[in-house]
Design a protein around this ligand. Structure first.
Ligand code: CA
Length: 501
């Protein structure tokens, strides 16, 4: 094999692409302090969508016409990141405005928010306390979707929509299949329900309407029409970040050569998926399955956006679309989320609506910032101790609100069980993303450093290079110094089965 590789191309620059306060909320009328009517909020939460959208360009054939159109009508954030590469931790951080290293909710194995701090005020309850009608359908909190007998954080919703009979429920294996009818898809039905019950109607007070999608979370079982948007899988490109598509085995894969022990352990969490999928020659077929599921999600989002546009609330509704975390499809020999690399942390985030500038921006954004930003834009009070940054001024045309995004993940860096975490500091790991770099600082002291100016796919680990010593030191200073231990459940906890991603 020739050793002139994609890494060399990038290295030469030739290929570089370009609580305490919970009770302190004041009841308020649905007016801002200046007496202006407050805007409605349409809050669209996507499950497991990475940057494979048309407007972000994470994969060349992605088909997201509705998200692309919204991106052109508002502020499209090209450097938005989640604080945790897994559903429960990411959503706790968004909905309660607290970092995983403050709450101890790092993984799906950690306790859910209402169990950790039932008296916290969620962003939804902040809007409710300000006089808003608050409603939701689909998956918002991590545990709503599976049982949905009662929403998490039940005190936050004034008008939750009834759950449609799911066509699809139960376990969510990593499979793809063309099957079913568009009008039976959960996302499509929830979208229509939201339009019919709320977006198409006038209300006597502003609303906070949350629409939570199920796709592109596996399983990727969607109608044939979504698969038909893409060519035969054999003619599709591999994921752009896959440096070495010839070597399925980690020990032979060129991208793995410069990873420290902890980095290899992070990839090993879903290495078995890679051996199974790529080993059977099905890598690109799974790429197509994920794209088809993304296309379904985008279609459902289009129903909601069109319903809003044609109804009486179009001119006074702030729209935000966000995904809980990204997804890997074989880059670094691993699949799904559960890592601190770019593909698992970078997410689509778009703001649109009254007062929001139309621009594509490379300003850094953390999904934890949604709490302060939405309350800031709407002029709604929030507890004093909410974390994250307020980008309201930035979205109206001002300067950027932050210089780095920190994300966290926890796993047993020494163990063989990819699911295991313990309370040891050694098992808590952090990513620091700045405009130019990503540092990954593992709990055992291992480091990775990538220079995104020339290495957008994080192929070349610079952490040991003398020339990068100052960068490593500067970014290491941004790693949380005293991260909370994981909020782990007791062994006999009845929620033990509630951890599926
Ligand atoms: Ca590498």
């Amino acid at each position: 094999m020739s050793r002139i590789t994609r890494r060399d191309v990038i290295a030469t620059g030739l290929g570089a692409a370009g609580l305490a306060a919970a009770g302190a909320m004041r009841p308020a009328l649905a007016k801002t302090p200046k007496g202006k009517a407050r805007p409605n909020v349409l809050f669209i939460a996507i499950d497991d969508m990475n940057d494979w959208t048309g407007w972000q360009g994470g994969y060349p054939l992605a088909s997201t016409p509705n998200l692309d159109r919204l991106a052109s009508q508002g502020t499209a954030l090209h450097r938005a990141y989640t604080e945790a590469p897994v559903c429960q931790a990411a959503r706790a951080s968004v909905l309660f405005g607290r970092h995983p290293w403050t709450t101890g909710i790092y993984t799906n194995h950690c306790l859910n928010w209402p169990r950790v701090a039932p008296d916290r005020t969620s962003v939804v309850r902040a809007f409710k306390d300000a006089g808003y009608l608050t409603t939701y359908t689909g998956k918002i909190h991590h545990q709503d979707w599976r049982w949905n007998t009662a929403p998490n954080d039940p005190d936050s919703w004034t008008d939750p929509l009834p759950r449609p009979d799911w066509a699809d429920s139960g376990k969510e294996p990593l499979i793809w299949r063309a099957e079913g009818r568009r009008d039976r898809m959960e996302d499509v039905r929830c979208a229509r329900l939201m339009v019919e019950k709320h977006l198409s109607k006038t209300h006597d007070r502003p609303f906070f309407a949350a629409f939570g999608l199920r796709k592109p979370h596996p399983k990727w079982v969607v109608p044939q029409e979504y698969f038909d948007r893409f060519p035969d899988a054999r003619r599709m490109p591999y994921p752009l970040g896959a440096l070495d598509v010839l070597h399925t085995e980690m020990r032979r894969n060129e991208d793995m050569e410069d990873l420290p022990k902890a980095g290899l352990a992070m990839a090993r969490q879903r290495y078995s998926d890679h051996l199974s999928i790529a080993g059977k020659g099905e890598w690109k077929a799974f790429v197509k399955g994920y794209l088809a599921a993304i296309a379904e999600a985008d279609d459902a989002i289009g129903i909601v956006l069109d319903g809003l546009r044609k109804g009486p609330n179009a001119s006074n509704t702030l729209i935000v679309v966000w995904s809980d975390h990204g997804w890997q499809l074989g880059e670094k020999c691993t699949w799904e989320k559960f890592t601190l690399w770019e593909r698992a942390l970078r997410v689509p985030v778009i703001f649109a609506g009254p007062g929001v500038e139309e621009r594509a921006s490379k300003a850094l954004f953390s999904t934890t910032d949604l709490y302060k930003t939405l309350t800031g834009l709407a002029g709604v009070d929030r507890p004093d101790d909410i974390e994250g940054a307020d980008h309201a001024g930035f979205l109206r045309g001002g300067g950027a609100a932050r210089d780095q995004v920190v994300s966290a993940w926890a796993f047993d860096v020494d163990g063989d069980d990819p699911e295991a975490i313990s309370g040891r500091r050694r098992d808590r790991h952090f990513s620091v993303r700045t405009k130019n770099h990503r540092l990954i600082a593992y709990g055992n002291g291992d480091l990775e450093l990538y220079d995104h100016r020339v290495d957008p796919f994080e192929w070349t680990n610079l952490a040991e290079r003398k020339s990068e010593r100052d960068v490593v030191a500067r970014l290491s200073d941004m790693v949380p110094k005293t991260p909370a231990p994981p909020a782990l459940k007791a062994k006999d906890d009845q929620t033990a089965d509630a951890i599926d991603d």
